[in-house]
Design a protein around this ligand. Structure first.
Ligand code: NOJ
Length: 478
């Protein structure tokens, strides 16, 4: 399928390109920058949620599944973006949010049976962003379940009418020419029918979790054994040709049931490994043995790649990400080496994620060409050189990322992890060796014959030694 070995570029729309001076990125702005994405060699774009939203969770609190938020433009703007993307050879994925809606969605009042209700908090479940997962509805005095912010009421996927309504929403977008969906928060999609209490945790969580929630083992609040019924309803609505990428916040070893229906599921093990080479190698090893692994080293929810892997390792980490067999996801700004920033001005996201969502830096004009107005997140504290500056520098991160995507197209679709030791990770493909070294000392590498791409100038001059914080992709003669 087209997504095997593809690179999918994540556009966080609010921060990509503003076209009307309101300080918020939008669809016409994104359209005007599609050449940048195609020019990297990416195969597809994933747009963060485009739907009308009161923005308590910046688009992940959807108030209408079949329209576009006015701050982003119109349905016609999205149609135009899809047409232009296809002309450039880019597929388009929407971010679909099946787990919950905004409490301002008309369904919340007109179809309360689509949601999960109780007369009082029914159990000890916790919301991912803190506090009880039960919110009191001021109109009825009853309690509704919310796995995230209280403004995001959880849908009941046991209800066949809800499944049908969501199927209609998905088909609406397929008919408009969308090529796939990134599906939000799937481990929370299906709830335990009896709403049983989660038992106390017997150990630390497998992935980073809100500390108050980490004291529970999420036996009933997440990862329901019934999830495939909901996933199958989604698959039936869209058909087999539409790419379905799951955001499932579970370790790779638990993704099997999701991958029976979905095409790709993100590896959060790899994302959270950061600069810990041993952990990253273990995540890669288990991802390589799981068909459908989506490699992702940063996104709009967690620290950015150079912050996560260590600034010294950022180039080697990018090279590794883009050399892994499977599907790789590149978050906007990672091609520039953007790290976490501290925006001045009032916080926007209540969960503290503003620093990962800073606007793109396009050129040397005010606000780096992102907006002619006042950006929703201040651009002043972001030190990374812009796209225009990096285009002029053959040693830039931008040049490395573009070259890595080019080399990726010549790498095979299979590789084995052959070594993970002292900070080094080495992968062997049919006729290639990928070697990176996150450690402070040099590491040895198995022989390759020609360097195809080096993380830093000079890496790979000696193909038996991977310098500290360096790496390369080498080719082997047959
Ligand atoms: C995951 C999304 O990536 C995140 O931004 C959002 O807050 C939660 N799901 C809830 O929808």
């Amino acid at each position: 399928m087209w997504w095997d070995n593809a690179v999918i570029y994540q556009v966080y729309l609010r921060s990509f390109q503003d076209s009307d001076g309101d300080g918020v990125g939008d669809l016409p702005g994104a359209l005007s920058r599609l050449e940048h994405i195609a020019g990297l060699g990416a195969d597809a774009v994933w747009l963060s949620p485009v739907y009308p939203s009161p923005n308590h969770d910046f688009g992940y609190d959807v108030s209408d599944f079949t329209d576009v938020d006015p701050s982003f433009g119109t349905l016609a703007d999205l149609d135009a973006l899809i047409v232009r993307a296809h002309e450039l050879g880019l597929r388009v994925l929407l971010d679909f949010v099946p787990c919950h809606t905004s409490t301002e969605h008309r369904w919340f009042r007109e179809h309360p049976e689509y949601y999960v209700w109780a007369d009082e908090p029914a159990n000890n479940w916790r919301a991912a962003f803190g506090g009880s997962a039960w919110g009191e509805d001021s109109v009825t005095g009853r309690y509704y379940l919310h796995s995230f912010f209280p403004e995001q009421a959880d849908l009941d996927w046991h209800n066949p009418e809800l499944r049908a309504a969501m199927g209609d929403a998905l088909r609406f977008w397929v008919q408009r020419g969308i090529d796939g969906f990134r599906l939000d928060a799937l481990d929370r999609l299906m709830k335990d029918r009896e709403l049983r209490d989660d038992p106390p945790a017997s150990g630390p969580p497998a992935l980073p979790t809100d500390p108050a929630d980490a004291v529970l083992e999420h036996r009933y609040s997440r990862n329901s054994p019934d999830v495939s019924r909901a996933l199958q309803a989604i698959r039936d609505a869209v058909g087999d040709d539409i790419l379905l990428v799951g955001e499932v916040y579970l370790p790779t070893g638990e993704l099997g049931p999701y991958l029976e229906v979905l095409d790709i599921v993100f590896s959060f093990d790899a994302l959270h490994a950061g600069g810990d080479a041993a952990e990253l190698a273990a995540a890669i090893d288990s991802g390589l043995r799981t068909s459908g692994t989506g490699w992702v080293l940063s996104n709009h929810d967690f620290s950015r790649l150079p912050t996560r892997s260590g600034a010294d390792n950022a180039r080697a980490a990018s090279l590794l990400l883009l050399s892994l067999p499977g599907t790789a996801f590149l978050f906007q700004g990672d091609e520039l080496g953007m790290a976490d920033a501290t925006p001045s001005g009032p916080p926007q996201d209540r969960h503290g994620r503003d620093g990962f969502r800073m606007p793109m830096r396009w050129d040397e004009s005010p606000h780096a060409g992102f907006t002619t107005g006042t950006p929703w997140l201040d651009t002043a504290n972001e030190p990374v050189p812009s796209v225009a500056e990096q285009e002029r520098d053959p040693q830039s991160t931008l040049a490395l990322v573009r070259a890595a995507i080019g080399v990726r197209q010549r790498l095979g679709s299979e590789a084995d992890l052959i070594e993970a030791r002292d900070g080094a990770i080495i992968l062997e493909g049919e006729d290639s060796v990928v070697a990176v070294n996150f450690g402070d000392g040099a590491a040895s590498a198995p022989p390759g014959d020609h360097v195809e791409l080096a993380a830093n100038p000079g890496d790979g001059d000696d193909l038996t030694v991977v310098p500290a914080h360096g790496g390369w992709v080498a080719r082997r003669d047959r």
